[in-house]
Design a protein around this ligand. Sequence first.
Ligand SMILES: NC(=O)c1ccc[n+]([C@@H]2O[C@H](COP(=O)([O-])OP(=O)(O)OC[C@H]3O[C@@H](n4cnc5c(N)ncnc54)[C@H](OP(=O)(O)O)[C@@H]3O)[C@@H](O)[C@H]2O)c1
Length: 280
Amino acid sequence: MTAPTPQIPLIDLNDGRAIPQLGFGTYQVPPADTEKVVTAALEAGYRHFDTAQMYGNEDGVGRAIAASGVPREELWLTTKLNNSFHERSAALEATERSLEALGGRIDLYLVHWPLAMHDDVARVWEVMEEVRSDHPVDSIGVSNFTPANLARLSEAGLSTPTVNQIESNPYFVNDAVRAACADRGIAVEAWSPLAQGAVFDDPQLTALSEQVDRSVSQVVLRWVLQRGDIVFPKSSNPERMRQNLELFDFELTDEQMASISALHNGTRSGPDPDTFDWRG
Ligand SMILES: NC(=O)c1ccc[n+]([C@@H]2O[C@H](COP(=O)([O-])OP(=O)(O)OC[C@H]3O[C@@H](n4cnc5c(N)ncnc54)[C@H](OP(=O)(O)O)[C@@H]3O)[C@@H](O)[C@H]2O)c1
């Protein structure tokens, strides 16, 4: 049976909409398992889901949602334009496929990677603006955009993205990009908040988790929330899914927050946007 959804704060976006600050990530959830995993996440109480054309699992997300009976207006669905579809006609076709998979509406649609070594990000963003006007796509944003990529959009006189989804975790805090987003009124979504599992081997995080009597995952996710970012941890395990939702009945002190930020050592969990060149 579906658990009650905890009260999740909303983050205001610069287009007048508001996004739930905590959701569920689906990267590396295999397509064949996605319907089952997302159904379990819905049962655990998640209502905000992050998928992507690149993950190959939008169909499973859409099937789980359709079967759940949860009213669509209670859900937030984010997906992302894949790297090979930046050109206008390919982007429009890919958008149609995503809409079909996800039940006809997308809350937030992101440019997944800038690929600025090949493409002018301003041209891609013009296509996103067209998609938002002509399709049931409510908000548009970017992912993995550097400050230079964001500056290119403003130089071209285009609209400001609502969000920038970037890697951010204790080992790669990404504060320069977060500051560039804050300056422009762009909300930050923190991907790989658990450094894809690396946080669980960290003695300092283990010690802190014992001190506050919470799991390492809860401590790190709470750190992301207190920094004001949006977050959507991935887990295929229903018990861990539930644990990752229980973040609103404790607080980290300023000192504890600073001790987690001090773990930054510049180690990324994923690719560097300045060099990532995958267009599969
Ligand atoms: N825009 C982008 O370029 C981009 C890139 C990467 C990710 N993302 C988004 O960000 C989301 C989150 O990032 P991520 O999936 O890379 O990694 P993550 O959420 O940092 O970590 C996921 C890993 O942590 C484990 N885990 C989760 N909760 C746990 C808990 N309570 N206790 C112990 N282990 C736990 C999971 O294992 P189990 O499944 O076994 O629990 C999995 O191995 C993605 O799913 C995706 O939606 C976006």
